[in-house]
Design a protein around this ligand. Structure first.
Ligand SMILES: NC(=O)c1ccc[n+]([C@@H]2O[C@H](COP(=O)([O-])OP(=O)(O)OC[C@H]3O[C@@H](n4cnc5c(N)ncnc54)[C@H](O)[C@@H]3O)[C@@H](O)[C@H]2O)c1
Ligand SMILES: O=C(O)C(=O)C[C@]1(C(=O)O)C=C[C@@H](O)C=C1
Length: 363
C-alpha cells in the first residue's frame, strides 16, 4: 500500500490530497498541520486517513509533500534530514520560491529523492475548506529536479495525475526570476495600491467601496494570506528588489510623461501594454477558481458571528471562508461569507434574509 505524508493541509496541501484520492482511494494519506481544526475537518470529509502532530509519522511514507509557508518548508527539510526515512521515498514541496528550498534539500539522507515543486495556480483564499480537486486544472506545475532519475519524476507525476496540470522542468534560479516578476511583484503592487487607496480615502465616507471592475481585478490578490506572502518575499528578496526597482522606474517614466502632458508617450505606454496583455489570451490556464461571496451586516455584539454560523450549519451549508470586514466600535460590521457553489450562496442568502439579516450579493 502506498502511503503519502502531507505537512500543511491548507489550500494547496488539501487540494493535492483530494487529487491523490481521486487517482486511487486506497492510497493512505497521513497529514500534519499546526491547526487541529484543519485536521478534524479533513478527517471528517475523508480527505485524509490519519492525522498526526508528529513529523516522525513521515518515516514510513513513500511520498512526503511539504505544503506549509515556504519558510516552514525550509525548516521542515532540516528536521527531515535528521530522521530515518524510508529508502526510495520521494520528497516534494509546493513552495512558491525554489532556490532556498533546493539548498535546504541538499542535506536530506541518501536513498531519498527530492523534487522541488510549485503548482502555478491557487487563490487568494486559504485553508483546507477552500481546497478543491480541480484547483490546478490546466495550470503549469513547475518541477526543479536537477540530476533526478526520470523514473522518480514519473512516479511523482503519476501520483498527482488527477491535478491535470502541465508539467514544466526548470532551474531554481530561472523559476525564482520568473515567478518574482509574474507573481511576487504583482502581489506587492496590489497590496501597495490598496494601502495607498485606503490612506487616500481616510476621511471619505465613500471611497474604496465605490470601486468597480478595474480596481477589483487589479487588487483581488491583495486579499491573499499575509503570512504566506511574508515567507515568499523573505525567500526571494534579492530578485524581487531588482524587479521592484525596474517597476518604480516605469512609474517614474509615466509620471514624467503625465507632467509633460506628452500625449504620444502616454498613448504608447497604454498601447504597448495592451499589445502584450492581449497576447495572454483567455484565462483558461491558471484561471481563478470560482468562489461565491455574501456580505452580511452584523451588529457590534458578542455572539453575532456565532449566530450566523449556527444558522448556516442548521441549513447544512458549508462555508469556505469567513472574514470580518470593518468592525469598529459601536458601528455595525460586515461579515464576508464565501461559498464553493452558487447554489450554497443563494440558499445562504435566503436563510439569512429569513432571519432578518441584511445581505449583499456581489456575483
Ligand atoms: N495560495 C496559493 O495561491 C499558492 C499557490 C501555489 C503554491 N503556494 C505555496 O503553497 C504553500 C501553502 O500555501 P497555501 O495557499 O496552501 O496556504 P494555507 O494557509 O491555505 O495553508 C498552509 C497550511 O500550513 C499550516 N501550517 C502553517 N505552519 C505550520 C507548521 N509549522 N506546521 C504544520 N502546519 C503548518 C497551516 O495551518 C495551513 O493549514 C506555500 O508555501 C505557498 O507559497 C500557494
Ligand atoms: O490566483 C491567485 O490568487 C494567486 O495569487 C495564485 C498565485 C499567483 O498567480 O501569483 C500565487 C502564488 C503561487 O505561488 C502561485 C500562484
Amino acid at each position: 500500500m502506498t502511503t503519502v505524508f502531507i505537512n500543511g493541509l491548507g489550500l494547496i496541501g488539501s487540494s493535492l490530497a483530494r487529487a491523490i484520492k481521486t487517482v486511487d482511494p486506497t492510497i493512505k494519506i497521513i497529514a500534519a498541520d499546526q491547526d487541529p481544526t484543519t485536521l478534524k475537518f479533513a478527517l471528517k470529509k475523508q480527505i485524509i486517513d490519519q492525522a498526526t502532530s508528529k513529523l516522525t509519522a513521515a518515516q514510513n511514507a513513500d511520498f512526503i509533500i511539504l505544503a506549509t509557508p515556504v519558510t516552514i518548508i525550509i525548516e521542515t527539510l532540516k528536521r527531515l534530514a535528521k530522521l530515518k526515512l524510508k529508502p526510495g521515498v520521494i520528497i516534494t514541496d509546493v513552495g512558491s520560491t525554489k532556490a532556498q528550498v533546493m539548498a535546504a534539500a541538499k542535506f536530506l539522507p541518501a536513498k531519498t529523492t527530492f523534487i522541488g515543486g510549485h503548482p502555478m495556480a491557487g487563490s487568494h483564499k486559504s485553508g483546507v475548506t477552500a481546497g478543491r480537486t480541480d484547483l490546478f486544472e490546466n495550470a503549469f506545475y513547475f518541477l526543479i529536479a536537477p540530476a533526478v532519475d526520470s523514473f522518480q519524476i514519473k512516479r511523482l507525476k503519476e501520483l498527482l495525475r488527477a491535478t491535470k496540470v502541465k508539467w514544466l522542468e526548470l532551474s531554481a534560479w530561472e523559476h525564482d526570476y520568473l515567478v518574482g516578476q509574474i507573481s511576487h511583484l504583482p502581489h506587492i503592487i496590489a497590496a501597495a495600491l490598496v494601502n495607498q487607496t485606503q490612506h487616500a480615502f481616510d476621511h471619505s465616507a465613500l471611497g474604496m467601496r465605490m470601486a468597480a471592475g478595474g480596481f477589483k481585478s487589479i487588487t483581488r490578490i491583495a486579499s491573499a494570506d499575509p503570512q504566506m506572502w511574508t515567507a515568499i518575499l523573505k525567500t526571494n528578496q534579492a530578485v524581487v528588489v531588482r524587479q521592484l526597482t525596474d517597476y518604480l522606474q516605469e512609474l517614474t517614466t509615466i509620471k514624467q510623461q503625465l507632467l509633460a502632458a506628452d500625449q504620444t508617450a502616454i498613448y504608447n505606454f497604454f498601447a504597448a501594454a495592451k499589445t502584450s496583455r492581449d497576447q495572454l489570451g483567455p484565462e483558461k490556464a491558471g484561471r481563478v477558481p470560482d468562489f461565491y461571496d455574501l456580505f452580511v451586516n452584523i451588529p457590534d455584539q458578542v455572539g453575532a458571528i456565532a449566530q450566523i454560523t449556527k444558522i448556516l450549519a442548521q441549513a447544512k451549508l458549508n462555508l469556505v471562508n469567513l472574514h470580518i470586514l470593518e468592525i469598529r466600535e459601536e458601528i455595525d460590521g460586515i461579515l464576508q461569507l464565501t461559498f464553493m457553489s452558487q447554489t450554497d450562496q443563494l440558499q445562504a442568502k435566503e436563510v439569512l434574509i429569513a432571519n432578518n439579516y441584511q445581505v449583499i450579493q456581489r456575483k
